[in-house]
Design a protein around this ligand. Structure first.
Ligand code: DC
Length: 232
């Protein structure tokens, strides 16, 4: 680890669509800089898990206002690379299929976004963070010193997700690459078309297309840009 805490710490915002390589890149870059990595997708997933466990999902589809009660007393914390919802380690539970299916809906609700925006801004207030998501450069930290927008071809993203699921194994049957590509395209549409904080590139964000890059190459590009900002 190359600790650059001695220099003025910055915020690195990494946005982009599902499975574009954000979390892998963000985690490694944060480690190299001695920064904290904050996975905001995991925060939206945690709220979704809370909604699902409450049994109020259908009620929220009719009346989104009811979500306010579920946001009261909400605590989300990162400890190392584990995420804790109300003190419980939910790192695995938030990756379940049901959560993945409903997270776009839950994250489109204004009270949910407002609450998580507040939490994310306080988590990054001291700077020295790499934060990834959909709206970090546009809404959460428009003043981030470095903004990255990661993109990749949907078929390539589906292939990566497929390889990841196949490696994990378990009893569940792994969806085909075609099925995963359709899911990814659907989620892209939902994230790009929602009213509040849709997925879009900040005009200052540097676009990195990871379709033909290895993880090492994408890390090297983002890290190189960070070093330039830190030394500039
Ligand atoms: O990064 P991910 O696939 O785990 O994110 C899950 C969902 O959370 C994603 O489909 C949209 C939502 N999300 C969001 O709306 N804003 C963010 N900053 C991060 C995620």
């Amino acid at each position: 680890m190359e600790n650059r805490i001695g220099t003025r710490p910055i915020i690195i915002a990494i946005d982009g669509p599902a499975a574009s390589g954000k979390s892998t890149t963000a985690k490694i870059v944060a480690g190299k800089l001695g920064y904290t990595y904050i996975d905001t997708g995991a925060m939206y997933r945690s709220v979704t898990l809370r909604v699902l466990r409450s049994g109020l999902l259908d009620a929220l589809r009719r009346d989104a206002g009811q979500v306010a009660g579920l946001l009261r007393d909400l605590t989300i914390e990162f400890r190392g690379d584990r995420v804790f919802l109300d003190g419980e380690d939910v790192s695995e539970a938030i990756r379940e299929n049901l959560v993945s299916r409903e997270v776009s809906f839950v994250s489109s609700l204004k009270p949910v976004r407002d609450r998580l925006l507040e939490l994310q801004q306080s988590m990054g207030a001291a700077r020295g963070v790499v934060m990834d998501g959909r709206d970090i450069g546009t809404v959460v930290f428009p003043d981030a010193e470095l903004k990255i927008f990661l993109v990749a071809d949907p078929r390539e993203r589906a292939r990566r997700r497929h390889a990841e699921l196949a490696k994990k194994g378990g009893s569940a049957t792994v969806p085909t690459v075609e099925e995963l590509e359709e899911e990814i395209r659907q989620r892209d549409r939902e994230d790009e078309q929602r009213t509040h904080a849709p997925l879009k590139r900040h005009p200052d964000a540097v676009v990195v297309d990871t379709s033909i890059l290895t993880i090492e190459e994408q890390v090297a590009q983002v890290y190189g840009l960070a070093v330039k900002v830190l030394e500039g």
